[in-house]
Design a binder for this molecule. Sequence first.
Ligand code: ADP
Length: 623
Amino acid sequence: MRMSKIFRKTLVLMFLLFGVISISATVLTVWTLYSHMTEEYTSKGRVIARAIANSSVEILLNRDLSTMQSIIDQFLEIQGVEYVFVVDGSGEFVSHTFVPMVPEEVKGLPVNPHGLMVNEVDMGERGEFIDTSKPILAGVAGYVHVGMDKGLIRAYVRETVIKMQALLAVIFWGSVLLLFVVVKKISQPLTTLTEYAGKLADHDFTAEVKITSRDEVGLLANTMQSMAQELSELITGLERAVANSTMELQDTLTYTSAIIDNVADGLLVVDTNGKITRSNPALATMFDFGDVELAGRDAKLIFSPQLAELALLSMEFPGKVFSAEVALPEQKTAKATAASIHKIDVDDDTGEAGPDLCMGAVIIVRDITVEKEIDQMKTNFITTVSHELRTPLTGILGFAKLIKKKLVNVVYPQVASPEPKVEKTMAQVGDNMDVIVSEGERLTELINDVLDISKMEAGKTEWRRHRVYMAEVIDKAVQSTKALYTEKSLPLNLDIEDKLPEIIADRDRLIQVLVNLISNAVKFTEQGSITIKAAHVDEFVQVSVEDTGVGIAAEDQQSIFERFKQIGDTLTEKPKGTGLGLAICKQIIEHHGGDIWLESIQGRGSTFYFSMPVRGVDVGLDE
Ligand code: ADP
C-alpha cells in the first residue's frame, strides 16, 4: 500500500520530534541521575566513615582487632559499600574487607588529619570507587576508609535509561499507529477528491465523487460536483451554440459564394501582399483564364500593372474608392473599382476596439466595352452636332452684333423721329437685339461647355502637366473674376497658407475650376463677402471658396455636380448659366486624383471645397 504524502511528511516530523525528545531526555536523565547518585553515595560513605571512626577509637587504641573486623564487616552489607579498611597512625593496615588481599591502589591514599576527605580511586578491572577517609583521633589512632562502588551508579543509570527508551519507543510506535489511522481518515477523501479533480481536468464531467462526510472536504466535494454539472451544461450549450453558428455561417458563406459566383461583374480580392485570395467565374471569363486556379497567386504577375496599382492605392488610402480603365483581351475595356477591406482589431484581453486593420482590397471589374462604344457614338454625335450648331451660330451671333451696331450707329440717328410710336418701336428693336446677342452668347457658351465635358468624358481632352503653385492659380482666377465681384461690390478675402507644397496639374484647367467657383459665388450672393482659403491638409492641398449667398438646400447638395443640374425652376426662372460648370469642375478635379464637395446652409451661404493630391511624379512635365 502506498503511503500518503501527508502521512509520510508527518512521520518524518514525528521521527525528528521524538529523536530530539529522546536524546534530550536521555542526556538530562543520565546527568541528573548520575550526579544525584554520586552525591548520595558520597554522603553515604561519609556517614559510614564517621560512624566507624567514632566507634572505633578505643577499639583501635586497645588494638582489639577482632572487634574492629566485625564492625567493618557489618557495613559491607549496605548497598554500594565495596570496601572498608582501617589503618593505624603509622599507615599500617589494621583491618580490611579486601579478599584475598589489599590492592595496591588503596595504599598510601591521601588523608586529612582534620576531617573527612573524598578521593576517586580507579582499581582497573575491579572498577572505580569513591573513597571517603575519616581520621580517628585526629589521625593519631589512625584512619578509616570507606569505598563506594561507582559501577553500581553506572549500572543503575544505564538501567533507567534503557527503561525510559523502551517507554519512549512504545509511545512513539503507538503515536505512529494513531497518526496512520488519523491521516488515513483525513487523506482518503482528499485522495478521492484529487482523483475526481483529475477526471474533471480531463473533461470527464460524468464522473462522480462519493464523499458523504459533513466536514469541509465533504462540502468541497459537493460544490465541485455541482460546479462540474453546471460546467457540463454550459459546455453542452456552448457546443450547441457553436454548431448552430457554424451552420449559419456555412449557410451565409454558401449564400455569399453563390452571389459572388453569379454576379455579372468580375470580382477580385487580394491580401495586403497583393496575393489573390478570392475571384469569381465572371473575372476568369473576362480575362480568358479558363480553369486556371488564381487563389494564392500574385495579382501583379497575372493582371495588368494598372489593376495591381489600383489595389495598392486603395490600401494606402483607406475609405477611398479608386477607379481605372483596364484593358481586356480582344480589345475590350473594363472599368475596375477598388476599395480596401478593413476590420477593427479587438484586443483579446480588454475587449477594446483597437486600430483599423487593413486586410486587403476588393476590386470589381465591369466590362464597359459596349458602354464605351455607345459613349463614343454619343460623343461623336455631340461633337458633330455642336460643331454644326456652332458654325451657323457664330454667323448668326456675328450678324446680330453687326445689326445691333449698325442700328445704333447708322439707323437710329437717321430715323430719329419725334413720333413716340416710332421711338418705342426702335427701343423695342434695340432690346430684342440685346436679347438675341446675350442668348446667342449663352448658347455659344453652352455649346462650348457641352463640347468640353463630352471630350473629357470620352477621354479626348488633352491634359497638360505643370508644376503648379496654388497661390498663383488663385491669384490668376481672382484677377479674371475681378470685374464680376467688384461690379456687385462684394469684398473678396484671401486666406492662403504660407509655403503650400507644389502640385502637378493642368494649370489652366485648375484656373477654370476656380473661376467657375468664384463666378458661382458672385452669381448667387447679393451681399456679404467671398472668402478663398488654401491650406495643406494631410497629403492634399485643400482650397475652399466661401460665400454668404443664397445657399443650397440639403436635398440638392448631392445632385449639384450632375450635368445640367440647376436649382430652382429653370422653366419659369431665367437660367443664369449652363448648368455644366460644376460637372466640368468635378471632371477636372477627379482627373487629378482629387476630390470636390460642398457645405451649405440655405439662406446663409455655401462653401465649395476641392483638394488636390500633393504626391505626383514630376517626369514628363509640359514645361
Ligand atoms: P451654372 O452654370 O448654372 O452655374 P453650375 O454647374 O456651375 O452651373 O451650377 C449648378 C447649380 O448649382 C447652379 O445653377 C446653382 O443653382 C447651384 N450653385 C452653384 N454654385 C452655387 C453657390 N455658390 N450658391 C448657390 N447655388 C449655387
